[in-house]
Design a protein around this ligand. Structure first.
Ligand code: MF3
Ligand code: CO
Ligand code: CO
Length: 246
């Protein structure tokens, strides 16, 4: 596990600002009738306008600048000609490389008028993240974050996806440690000042089980329930965590 120097932290902040700008552009662009590949195009254009690179493009053969995951797709939805419609929920996950360092964040957006139930699901993913942040301090351990995310999620009646986790981040998109969204307090890697991690609750309105489609990427809920994803890149400090992609 690698902790970042002040200079590296500054590079992480810069990459994260690009991620945030791309997420904001995606949010403004998403209305009923747009296709997920058009969303991806907007994301890629914003990233490149900063002189940055979309890290997901070519990552283990992934084809696009963003993951765009609609309704029961949890994560890793491949942009396509699929049109998003009124009432859909769309998760957009973006990783950016700028000057050698990565930023990574995701949000779930409502398309037009979504049900109160789906609005609550989207909000719960965000709140689960912030429940985890209460424990994201040097001296604690990864399991303290994980258990807080799980507790919040399950107390509110949602499923917490286990097949995918958060992760360390830096020069690479995925670095140690893994940051699961479930687990036990006082377990796992110790959190240190300067550790950069992505905390990313993936939660479902039903059962937590998922499967991967035959395209090798698209992760869907097994029961067809909708899912939400909320992710930020975070620097652990001796005090409150520095959340870079807000
Ligand atoms: N952004 C994702 C994460 O949160 C990973 C993207 S997978 C890729 O870890 F294949 F799309 F790059
Ligand atoms: Co991500
Ligand atoms: Co991530």
């Amino acid at each position: 596990m690698i902790v970042k120097t002040d200079k590296e932290r500054e590079a992480m902040r810069a990459a994260s600002r690009v991620v945030k700008a791309a997420l904001d552009a995606a949010e403004r662009f998403i209305v009923p009738g747009v296709t997920t590949i058009e969303i991806d195009k907007v994301v890629e254009d914003v990233i490149r306008s900063f002189g940055a690179t979309p890290s997901s493009k070519g990552f283990e053969g992934y084809p696009n600048a963003s993951c765009v995951s609609v309704n029961d797709v949890v994560v890793h939805g491949i942009p396509s000609m699929r049109t998003v419609r009124d009432g859909d929920i769309v998760s957009v996950d973006i990783t950016v490389l700028l000057n050698g360092y990565q930023g990574d964040a995701a949000r779930t957006f409502a398309v037009g008028n979504v049900s109160d139930k789906d609005k609550a699901l989207i909000l719960a993913a965000e709140e689960a993240f912030f429940a985890g942040m209460e424990y994201a301090t040097a001296g604690n351990r990864v399991g303290d974050i994980s258990s807080a995310v799980q507790l919040y999620t399950e107390l509110h009646g949602y499923g917490v996806v286990r097949a995918l986790t958060g992760h360390g981040i830096g020069k690479k998109m995925h670095e140690p440690p893994e940051v699961p969204n479930f687990g036990k307090r006082h377990t796992g890697a110790p959190l240190k000042n300067g550790l950069c991690i992505c905390v990313e609750p993936m939660i479902t309105a039903g059962d937590w089980r998922v499967y991967i489609e035959r395209d090798g990427w698209t992760v869907r809920t097994a029961d067809g329930s909708k899912a939400a994803h909320y992710e930020n890149t975070v620097i652990v400090t001796d005090g409150a965590p520095e959340i870079l992609t807000l």
